[in-house]
Design a protein around this ligand. Structure first.
Ligand code: HSE
Length: 436
C-alpha cells in the first residue's frame, strides 16, 4: 500500500519524539493505519540537531516553506509552536491541499476558526490531539467517544508546569521561583514560561475544549485567565486544613444563559481523584448527561507522550484521507453549520463558591459585620476557620468558604468587607469547585 508521506516541521522535544516513535513502532503503526507512515522530509533551523535525530532516514532542510511546497508531502506536521511562522506554514499547507497535524494550542486558540474554515474549503484535515493535555486523548474522547452526550462541564488540570509548581510548594514548602526553575530544567515549561504561570497555556487548551464540548466557535478572547503568580503559600496551607487542595483548573461549563470559560487557581475537595493529580501530570474531568463523570489522566507534556497524540492523528489522517471530505469528523466535533452562538459569559456572571481570607482586628462584632455583608449579597457560608491569634497580636486570620454565588455578588461583598475599619488590607479570594 502506498505510504503516507509526512513533512515534519520542527525537531525539538515533540518533533524528535515523533520521529523516534514513528521509527520504533513503524510496523504496528502501519498495521493500524492500513499503510506505512513515513517522514519524507524534516525541517529545523538547527541542521546539526536534525541530522543527529534523523540519521539519514529522511531529507532534512532549514527551509520549512520548502516542506509545505513539497509535492511528495501528503501531511504536514507542525511542531514549531507560536502564532508567527507556524500560522503562515499551516495556512500555506492547507492552501496546497495538504492535511495538517499540529500540537499548537496557541495557534488554534487564537486563529483556529480561520484555519478550520480554510481547511474545510480545501477538503483537508487539521488534527490537533496533541494540542490539549499532551498524550491524553481528550479531543477524541470529547469529539467522538462522548458524541451521544450533552456535555455539562469540563474541568481540567491542563498545564503540567503549574501543577508541578503547586505540588512542590505544598509538599516541600518550597518557594515559587525555585520550583519554576526546576520545571524549566525538566522541560515542562513553555518557551515563554509566563504562558504557563499566568494561565495562558491552560486557557488556550480550555478554549479548544469548550468549542468541542458545546459546539461553539473558538473564543479565546472571552476566556477569564488568572494564573498562580499571586497565590500565597499560606492559602495552600489553610485550604489543606479545610480539606481542600488548590489546583490551576481550566473550567468550561454550560449554563442556561451562556458558557463559562475560565482558568484560575481553584480549591477542590481533597477527596476528589482530580485533587490528587500531582507533579507534571494532567487530568481532565468531563461531566456529561448520559455517561456521567469520566476522568482522563496522563502525561500532558514531554517528547513521547505528546508524540503519541501526534501519531494518533497521523493514523486518523491515513485512515480517512480517502473518505468523502464532507463526512469526515468535524474539526470542532459539531457540523460547521450547526455551531451555536451561545455566548461566553463575562466572569461577573460565573457561578462558583469562594474561599475568602481576611486579616481582622480581634474584637467583638467583627464577624457579625462580615456575615451581614455576605448575607446582604445572599451569599451563604459553608465553613469557617479562625486562626488562633498570637499573644498580643490583636489581629487574626478568618477563612470563610461560601456556597455557590455569582462572581459579581462576591465582588460586591468583598469590597464591602474591605471597607470595614476592622479589616486589614485586601481580602484574598480564591474560587472553589466541588466538581460533583
Ligand atoms: N507547558 C505545557 C505544560 C506543555 O506545562 O503543560 C504542554 O502544553
Amino acid at each position: 500500500m502506498k505510504p503516507v508521506h509526512v513533512g515534519l516541521l520542527g525537531l525539538g522535544t515533540v518533533g524528535g519524539g515523533t520521529f523516534t516513535v514513528l521509527a520504533r513502532n513503524a510496523e504496528e503503526i502501519a498495521r493500524r493505519a492500513g499503510r506505512p507512515i513515513r517522514v519524507s522530509v524534516a525541517a529545523d533551523t538547527n541542521l546539526a540537531r536534525a541530522r543527529e535525530i534523523t540519521n539519514g532516514a529522511c531529507r532534512i532542510t532549514e527551509d520549512a516553506f520548502a516542506v509545505v511546497e513539497d509535492p511528495e508531502v501528503d501531511v504536514v506536521v507542525e511542531l514549531i509552536g507560536g502564532y508567527g511562522i507556524a500560522r503562515d506554514l499551516v495556512r500555506q499547507a492547507i492552501e496546497n491541499g495538504k492535511h495538517v497535524v499540529t500540537a499548537n494550542k496557541a495557534l488554534l486558540a487564537v486563529h483556529g476558526n480561520e484555519i478550520f474554515a480554510a481547511a474545510r474549503e480545501k477538503g483537508v484535515t487539521v488534527a490537533f490531539e496533541a494540542a490539549v493535555a499532551g498524550g491524553i486523548p481528550i479531543i477524541k474522547a470529547l469529539r467522538e467517544g462522548l458524541a451521544a452526550n450533552r456535555i455539562e462541564w469540563v474541568a481540567g488540570i491542563i498545564n503540567g508546569t503549574t501543577n508541578f509548581i503547586l505540588s512542590e510548594m505544598r509538599d516541600k514548602a518550597l518557594p515559587f521561583a525555585d520550583v519554576l526553575a526546576e520545571a524549566q530544567r525538566l522541560g515542562y515549561a513553555e518557551a515563554d514560561p509566563t504562558f504557563d504561570i499566568e494561565g495562558i497555556d491552560a486557557a488556550h487548551k480550555a478554549t479548544l475544549m469548550a468549542a468541542i464540548a458545546f459546539g461553539i466557535p473558538i473564543q479565546f478572547d472571552k476566556a477569564y485567565v488568572e494564573g498562580i503568580t499571586k497565590l500565597e503559600a499560606v492559602d495552600i496551607k489553610y485550604a489543606e486544613q479545610l480539606g481542600y487542595r488548590i489546583k490551576l483548573l481550566g473550567i468550561t461549563r454550560r449554563r442556561a444563559d451562556g458558557v463559562e470559560l475560565r482558568v484560575h487557581p481553584t480549591l477542590v475537595p481533597a477527596r476528589r481523584l482530580i485533587a490528587n493529580v500531582e507533579g507534571a501530570m494532567n487530568a481532565v474531568l468531563v461531566k456529561a448527561d448520559a455517561v456521567g463523570a469520566t476522568l482522563y489522566y496522563g502525561k500532558g507534556a514531554g517528547a513521547e507522550p505528546t508524540a503519541s497524540a501526534v501519531i494518533a492523528d497521523l493514523v486518523d489522517v491515513a485512515r480517512t484521507a480517502a473518505t468523502d471530505p464532507h463526512n469526515r469528523v468535524p474539526h470542532l466535533a459539531f457540523q460547521p453549520d450547526q455551531l451555536h452562538d451561545l455566548s461566553v459569559l463575562p466572569i461577573a456572571e460565573a457561578r462558583t463558591s469562594f474561599y475568602l481570607r481576611l486579616t481582622v482586628e480581634d474584637k467583638p462584632g467583627v464577624l457579625a459585620d462580615i456575615t451581614r455583608i455576605l448575607a446582604d449579597q445572599e451569599i451563604s457560608i459553608d465553613a469557617m476557620l479562625q486562626r488562633e491569634p498570637n499573644e498580643g497580636e490583636g489581629e487574626t486570620d478568618i477563612i470563610i468558604l461560601t456556597h455557590e454565588c455569582r462572581e459579581k455578588q462576591a465582588e460586591t461583598a468583598i469590597h464591602g468587607i474591605e471597607a470595614l475599619a476592622a479589616v486589614r488590607g485586601n481580602v484574598i479570594r480564591l474560587r472553589l469547585e466541588s466538581l460533583q
